[in-house]
Design a protein. Structure first.
Ligand code: NAD
Length: 359
């Protein structure tokens, strides 16, 4: 079956890792027509918009996109292009599987944790005012009118967590667990302190869990979770978290399995999905053919699964695993010594995976 997919090269190292992923995906034999459109700093320069309308229309039409990381230029209209993209398309679930592959130098083995991060709410909702502005002062007056104290001259950021938003992300985590043979979902929060935001998230999670008696449910306070992730990460299976904790914990989990170079991701809604690595545009490496394309290639693997191209997805993942296990062809981040002169570049890593696919 032929698929049409929106391809977003992105900024910085984006075009290099996206090109590597495109070549590997095509070598798997799937029939994909790519609609190449950009977002971020490059799109602003060429089209005058960080998030062009024709890009959004293409994703809405195709229902699937593979995206490179984007840079948000400061003071050009958006706090973050990514947050805006996720919010505009209602991509409420951020899925970040963190899995150990043999051959990557790490402190841990056999990690297989899936981070499900809520993408729309929490402190990322975008209600934030600089200290000393009329808006910040208005909020401070409002807080004081309720009998609470606010430090004078504060900057203000608002945390919003809704019942509906919590329900759909926790349901997403359980549905994912059920569909993928996972055994346990852990809800992460700070409900002991933030009783009415994280507390609501936890209350909803407990309620949703009742509909999934086949899956174990537990919860953890965020600070305790981070200690346990470092000491005994293998006890965790699927984690579901509000936006900010999800952002931090997904990078932590990426670190457990070898770093940002091997950490794939996806932003998923009810109607469409955008697959992208967890890492950013790493501007200092732009155009150097240096960084690891595996995070983007594995994001492509998850995209193939979403497109129901299971055989192709399994083949690509197996080829990636084989190249990693051999350890002969590896980018700098996969070397114990980051200055190892035998490290290869982005495109050579893709070549090695394509070679494995052919054999
Ligand atoms: P970053 O992820 O771009 O880079 C941090 C460091 O991680 C790099 O210096 C590099 O050492 C390492 N790294 C990242 N990707 C790698 C790869 N593929 N292979 C090997 N090593 C890799 O984070 P940053 O420097 O904080 O952010 C740079 C820009 O990216 C910012 O403008 C930020 O807003 C943006 N960003 C975009 C996304 C996205 O598009 N989804 C996500 C995060 C950050």
């Amino acid at each position: 079956m032929k698929h049409t997919v929106t391809l977003i090269p992105g900024d910085g190292i984006g075009p290099e890792v996206v090109e590597a992923a495109r070549r590997v995906i095509e070598a798997s034999g799937v029939d994909i027509e790519w609609e190449v459109l950009n977002a971020g700093a490059t799109a602003l320069e060429k089209e005058g918009s960080l998030l062009p309308e024709r890009l959004l229309a293409s994703i809405r039409k195709n229902g699937v996109a593979l995206k490179g990381p984007t840079t948000t230029p400061i003071g050009k209209g958006f706090r973050s292009v990514n947050v805006a993209l996720r919010q505009t398309l209602d991509l409420y679930a951020c899925l970040r599987p963190c899995r150990s592959y043999r051959g990557i130098p790490t402190h841990y083995e056999n990690i297989d944790i899936v981070v499900v991060r809520e993408n729309m709410e929490d402190l990322y909702i975008g209600i934030e005012y600089a200290h000393g502005t009329a808006e910040a002062e208005k909020f401070i007056s409002l807080i004081e009118s309720t009998g609470k104290k606010a430090p004078p001259g504060s900057g203000v950021g608002i945390k919003l967590i809704s019942e509906e938003g919590s329900k759909r992300i926790v349901k997403f985590a359980f549905e994912y667990a059920r569909a993928n043979g996972r055994k346990k979902v852990t809800a992460v929060h700070k409900a002991n302190i933030m009783k009415f935001t994280d507390g609501l998230f936890l209350e909803v999670a407990r309620e949703v869990a009742k509909s999934y008696p086949d899956i174990v449910f537990e919860d953890r306070i965020i600070d305790m979770l981070t200690a346990q992730l470092v000491q005994q990460p293998n006890q965790f299976d699927v984690l579901v978290l509000p936006n900010l904790y999800g952002d931090i914990v997904s990078d932590l989990c990426a670190g457990l399995v070898g770093g940002l170079g091997v950490a794939p991701g996806a932003n998923i809604g009810d109607k469409m999905a955008v697959f992208e690595p967890t890492h950013g545009s790493a501007p200092k490496y732009t155009g150097l053919n240096k960084v690891n394309p595996i995070a983007t290639i594995l994001s492509g693997v998850n995209m193939l699964r979403y497109l129901k191209e299971k055989t192709a997805a399994d083949r690509v993942e197996k080829a990636v695993a084989a190249v990693l296990a051999e350890g002969k062809v590896a980018t700098y981040d996969l070397k114990r010594d980051k200055a190892d002169p035998t490290a290869v570049g982005t495109s050579q890593m893709a070549d090695a995976i394509i070679e494995k696919l052919k054999s």
